[in-house]
Write a protein that binds this ligand. Structure first.
Ligand SMILES: Cc1cc2nc3c(=O)[nH]c(=O)nc-3n(C[C@H](O)[C@H](O)[C@H](O)COP(=O)(O)OP(=O)(O)OC[C@H]3O[C@@H](n4cnc5c(N)ncnc54)[C@H](O)[C@@H]3O)c2cc1C
Length: 318
């Protein structure tokens, strides 16, 4: 193995929690697998001191994207940069943009891509990946022989490695992707002013138990107090009670927060498929037989219109 690349996610100048964990993993991985250097790529400015540095991190490369990232002519400057740096392994946490870039790099470099990775380890004749399949219902171990691969980590992956110390000096560079006369990016804006759901450390989810869209005030107030994002079940967004980008589950957004607070949601298998990467799940439901309780770390049997205001008051008084 020669060099390692890590693609990171930056939101409002801050490193996403999943990218922090990936950098810690990469630092440890480089140390134990003989990498010479780690090159970190991202799509925004970031200060070097945020890259919870390991001594292997040599450079941060800001990828500047002028338009839609959709074909080789545009991405060839990035491909040249990756080749020139002698990168043979690429790690990233799944997102639409990184998936697009990774599929292009995989084709151009003729290396395999393994997606939904939860665990990666070196074995005598290659690398073994544990990945989540069937919406998190089963695990699959697959092996890549040879030294080169691209690993797309699931947001739910966890690491048990030493954290970086922030002590190494990291240079900064830029790669500008090419331009495209046929496509141009007109506007790029966040869906809401609030915390983006896929990256939120805390998520408050609400379901049909809230009965009417006018009852969502308490959900929003609680989310604000906790610094959380709001989510909902599919029927809630189908009924247009909440926007579709809040719908989590098998057919919606997949989340892996530190804490998922599920309120008035039954816990159907399709909903669980999108939230079972959460590290702690707290369920509030007035039906003690609600299936969600079987998947909860903590459960409160109670009426959301009684429990949530009390919880909010308690939080505000601290
Ligand atoms: C192909 C397919 C894909 C699907 N994909 C998804 C998906 O991605 N995401 C998703 O969420 N669903 C999905 N569904 C739908 C899923 O099967 C469930 O129907 C849905 O998750 C139920 O939503 P809910 O829990 O909000 O509503 P309900 O099933 O109506 O449950 C409401 C819950 O609220 C509780 N409750 C009621 N009043 C109160 C109160 N006052 N206080 C406390 N608790 C209360 C009830 O006890 C109940 O458990 C999919 C279904 C199919 C067939």
């Amino acid at each position: 193995m020669k060099n390692l690349a890590v693609f990171i996610d930056i939101k409002n100048g801050q490193l996403a929690d999943s990218s922090k964990r990936l950098l810690d993993f990469a630092g440890d991985w480089a140390g134990t697998n003989g990498a010479e250097a780690i090159y970190v790529y991202g799509f925004d400015h970031i200060s070097s001191d945020q890259l919870n540095s390991h001594s292997f991190i040599k450079q941060y490369i800001h990828i500047k994207i002028p338009g839609l990232v959709n074909h080789g002519q545009i991405m060839s400057p990035l491909l040249d940069d990756v080749k020139q740096k002698g990168i043979s392994q690429i790690l990233y946490v799944k997102s639409l943009l990184t998936d697009t870039i990774a599929s292009f790099l995989a084709k151009s470099l003729s290396v395999p891509v393994v997606s939904n990775v939860l665990k990666l380890q070196k074995v005598s004749d290659g690398y073994q990946f544990t990945k989540s399949i069937f919406s998190g219902k089963a695990l699959l171990t697959t092996q890549v022989n040879g030294d080169s691969f691209i690993a797309a980590f699931s947001k739910a992956f966890s690491v048990d490695v030493p954290q970086g110390t922030g002590s190494s000096s990291i240079s900064q560079a830029e790669v500008s992707l090419g331009t495209d006369s046929q496509n141009k990016l007109i506007e790029n804006y966040p869906l809401t002013g609030s915390i983006p759901l896929p990256d939120a450390a805390i998520v408050v989810g609400a379901g049909r138990g809230f009965k009417d869209p006018s009852n969502w005030g308490i959900v929003e107030d609680l989310a604000k107090e906790l610094g959380a994002a709001t989510a909902c079940s599919k029927p809630v967004s189908d009924l247009n009670w909440r926007p579709h980008h809040e719908h989590v589950g098998q057919t919606g957004v997949k989340i892996a927060p530190k804490l998922y607070l599920a309120c008035g949601i039954s816990g159907a298998i399709q909903h669980l498929a999108g939230v079972n990467g959460s590290r702690k799940i707290v369920v509030i439901n007035n039906d003690p037989e609600a299936p969600f309780f079987k998947h909860a770390d903590y459960g409160i049997v109670g009426d959301v219109f009684d429990v949530l205001p009390r919880l909010l008051n308690k939080l505000k008084s601290h």
